[in-house]
Structures are given as structure tokens and as C-alpha cells.
Ligand binder design. Structure first.
Ligand SMILES: [Cu+2]
Length: 199
């Protein structure tokens, strides 16, 4: 689902770029043509040109809006969920709460790092997702604005005090996906790493 949304986002972006380039090329060619024949006004009373001006942008906008709506609906869909987890952002650590545990995840200090730990990304707790399981995440904050961001998954969800936001984590690869808080939340904002391990 996540991969499908990402690929659709990418193709929509390419489509938008092509439409933009086509419009630029068309406008430039019309401008050049108008300059070349400036003594005659070819387009002033042409119903055909008026219809083209009206229908072409309308068709482009309809196409793009329909794709964006489909993408939004697909991101809202949450299929069979293997487990649920509450991710609470705090100054300056994450709390992971499941039905069985509550874990506190802090950045590992440089003097405590082991070989293989990634500086500023290694944390004391990881979220482990098995197989092709989908995890339903509810994200909130206990103090100020934070953001749960996993760039490799195209994921960034604001953690807002007093509001719970849900999103799903679906397995896309094996390995570790690192992220960090991406909302400036105070002096130790740069020390709020997060990580999901896919096994
Ligand atoms: Cu933060």
C-alpha cells in the first residue's frame, strides 16, 4: 500500500511536470507566432481557440485532482492490522506503548555507542515489525509540537499536543529505517532519533 502510494505520488509528480512543460511550450509558441504575425489578429474571435483554452486546462485539472483524491483515499485505507502502537513524543525522547509494554526511547550518547551504531540515529529502543505485518501507529505529543519522520518511507507525521494522528507502517524491505524528530521542539530537538527494524 505504501509503495503503491509512493509510486502514484511519483507518477503524478511526473505528470504535473509534463503538463507544466507542455503549457510553457504552448504559450511560448503562441507568443512567438503572435509576434511573427503581429499585424493580424488571428485569435480574437475564434470560438475554436476559446474552447481549446477552456477545455485543455479543465481536463488537466480534472486529471490531477482525480489522482490526488485517489492517493488520499488509498492512504486513509488501513487494512488488516497486526498490532497497534501509541507513539508519544516528549522533550526529548519517544514513548512506545503497546497493549503489553511501555518503552522509552532515548538517543544513545556518544560515549555509550557500540561499533555499528549510527551517531545521532541510534536509539535505546527500536520498533520491530515482523514479516509483512502492518502496524497501526497513533502519534501524539505530551508537550510541544514534534514530528515522526522516516524519510526512507516517505513518512512525516506531526505529533500535536491534544491530537492523535493515525498512520500505518507497512513492511517494504528488510533492515533498519532511521528517522528523527523533524519539528523544532527545543534545545535537544536534534537528539530524538527513531528507528523501525523490519525482520
Ligand atoms: Cu521533537
Amino acid at each position: 500500500m505504501l509503495l503503491h502510494s509512493m509510486s502514484m505520488l511519483y507518477t503524478t509528480h511526473l505528470l504535473m511536470e509534463s503538463i507544466n512543460l507542455s503549457i510553457i511550450a504552448y504559450v511560448v509558441s503562441v507568443a512567438v507566432h503572435s509576434i511573427c504575425i503581429s499585424s493580424r489578429s488571428l485569435y480574437s474571435l475564434s470560438l475554436y481557440v476559446e474552447m481549446v483554452w477552456l477545455l485543455t486546462p479543465s481536463a488537466a485539472i480534472t486529471l490531477l485532482v482525480s489522482r490526488v483524491v485517489i492517493m488520499q483515499c488509498s492512504e486513509e485505507e488501513i487494512h488488516a492490522v497486526a498490532c497497534e502502537i501509541l507513539l508519544t513524543a516528549n522533550q526529548w525522547f519517544w514513548t512506545y506503548t503497546t497493549s503489553h509494554h511501555t518503552l522509552y526511547s532515548y538517543a544513545i550518547r556518544e560515549q555509550d555507542m557500540c561499533v555499528g551504531d549510527v551517531r545521532l540515529l541510534a536509539s535505546t529502543q527500536y520498533i520491530v515489525v515482523e514479516g509483512s505485518a502492518t502496524v497501526l501507529c497513533t502519534i501524539c505529543s505530551s508537550d510541544v509540537l514534534h514530528a515522526w519522520a522516516l524519510p526512507s518511507l516517505g513518512m512525516k507525521v506531526d505529533a500535536v499536543p491534544g491530537r492523535a494522528t493515525t498512520c500505518s507502517l507497512a513492511a517494504v524491505k528488510e533492515g533498519v529505517s532511521y528517522g528523527q524528530c523533524s519539528e523544532i521542539c527545543g534545545s535537544l530537538h536534534g537528539y530524538m532519533p527513531l528507528a523501525v527494524v523490519w525482520v
